[in-house]
Ligand binder design. Sequence first.
Ligand code: PEP
Ligand code: MG
Length: 311
Amino acid sequence: VEVKLGANISLLSDFELVEKSGADHIGLYRTEFPFLARERFPSEEEQVTLYRRILEAANGKEVTIRTLDIGGDKFLSYLDYPREDNPYLGWRSIRVSLELRNVFRTQIRAILRASALGPLRILSPMISSVKEIKDILKILQEEKMHLQEKGISFDPTIKIGILLEVPAAVIILEKLIKHVDFISVGTNDLVQFVLAVDRNNQKVAPLYNPLHPAVISTIADVVSVCKKMKKPVVVCGEAAANPKCAYLYLGMGVDQMSMNAPSVPIIKQLIRHVTQVDAKEALRSVLAMDDAEEIEVFVDTIISTGSKEVQ
Ligand code: PEP
Ligand code: MG
């Protein structure tokens, strides 16, 4: 069973770690960091140059580039934000992009232009409705036409996917999935929203657990919808870097995961030392368990015994 392990990156300098990690693709390039580092929105030319550099550094590996994901805990100094009691539930991510249409169009154009250079996929964060996808696809189509009219090259078959982070999107996944080429599960936000636990609040940190049975069955449902609809799915975010979670994702039949680069060799080592048949059986038992603690002990025992057998 081949499982492709990708690295999540934010900056060009992250490629040093990617090289060492043995990741075979860039599962998530978070574009907001270059926006955060400036005092104004980067121009189309600046973005094209940057995205091309990323593709050059990726050296033929596929790059999944995420459109701007600001708000929540990342604010641009040059953009006015409303005062919000719950910024994670507020004006953030795709909601900002679909309101600041020119900023979004500029980014889409820059991504399209860079796509002429190497394998690139577009990922849109925080999607919660079909309308949002339709709006994005319309903009993408219009920008492709503008580039075509000007004779500027781009990849006309560029794939577009959504980052599944909002429980509403999980519930209506069968409706959403028809419009896109692939699904990426954004576990960092999905765990926060499924459990109603702020991902950055130390006081409730012990409750933020990707092994909570609600999270596991949510992700298992997502994977089975993707399989039924024959659309590729990648589990992204830090839960994929947790060996116990990665083992259960393997049991769900996930064949692509993406995580911080230093965790790639750890998960690679795990996957080489276990079988998918065993992981499927373990998942079946886990789905019948009541709480995270029980699941944690059970999976931990299986994977540590499995590794000892190999040694
Ligand atoms: C996620 O939410 O899982 C994710 C990949 O995005 P970020 O961590 O940037 O919110
Ligand atoms: Mg997120």
